[in-house]
Ligand binder design. Structure first.
Ligand code: HEC
Length: 197
């Protein structure tokens, strides 16, 4: 059965729009674009030209600066939050701080809360000696922070997390390591724990 449709049948009445592009009987017409589409297309071109002039030529829309300004606002909020609650350090993220003002804060905390058991010179008493090379729970900043935070209640070391904020615990732990390591003060308590150095 012959069911092949002739090209001329399809394009009857459309002759003027037919291009000579054809492949396997598929032909291409050249109709006018719908006006709504065409004007939108022109619109995008005009928009692009204006945008390029404003953005590159006149330096409008400074997204980078807007971003920086937003970052600055966020940084202020973080600082305000940290002032109130202490930086969000825990035993995994704590670092040994060496800034003079942070160590001074650590010293003040130590002298207020810790000397009763660890002595002003770190030589120990009820609590262990910080100036020798022996540590019960380890002498990394993370380990020291952890002991300060959670304490060792069954051995008489108080957990401090309720009284001190994380930043304060970081400061006092750093103070202990910075101030007492290797001092071996006279009259200090006998070594306890493992030798670390
Ligand atoms: C009431 C006495 C007491 C007070 C106050 C106290 N500690 Fe302790 N601390 C101890 C005792 C006891 C131990 C030993 C715990 C053990 O045997 O495991 C200890 C252990 C420690 C250790 C671990 C030492 C090691 O060898 O591993 C650190 C660090 C420490 N204290 C820091 C502090 C800090 C900082 C403060 C003040 C914020 C403080 N302590 C206040 C009694 C005290």
């Amino acid at each position: 059965m012959e069911n092949k449709i002739e090209k001329s049948e399809i394009i009857e009445g459309l002759d003027s729009n037919v291009t000579d592009h054809e492949y396997d009987g598929i032909i291409e017409l050249d109709n006018a674009l719908p006006p709504w589409w065409l004007y939108m297309f022109y619109g995008t071109i005009i928009f692009a030209i204006i945008y390029v002039i404003l953005f590159f030529g006149m330096g409008k829309f400074k997204q980078q600066d807007e971003l920086k300004a937003e970052y600055a606002v966020a940084a202020e909020k973080i600082e305000a939050y940290q002032k109130e609650h202490g930086a969000a350090v825990d035993e995994n993220t704590v670092v040994l701080v060496t800034d003079a003002d942070k160590l001074a804060d650590g010293k003040a905390i130590y002298e207020k809360n810790c000397v009763a058991c660890h002595a002003v010179n770190g030589g120990g008493g009820v609590g262990p000696n910080f100036t020798d090379d022996y540590w019960i729970h380890g002498n990394s900043i993370n380990e020291v922070f952890k002991v300060v935070k959670y304490g060792v209640p069954e051995k008489g070391m108080i957990p401090w997390e309720a009284q001190l904020n994380p930043e304060q615990m970081q400061n006092v732990a750093s103070y202990i390591l910075n101030e007492f390591t290797g001092k071996n003060v006279e009259g200090g308590k006998e070594p306890q724990g493992e030798k670390v150095n």
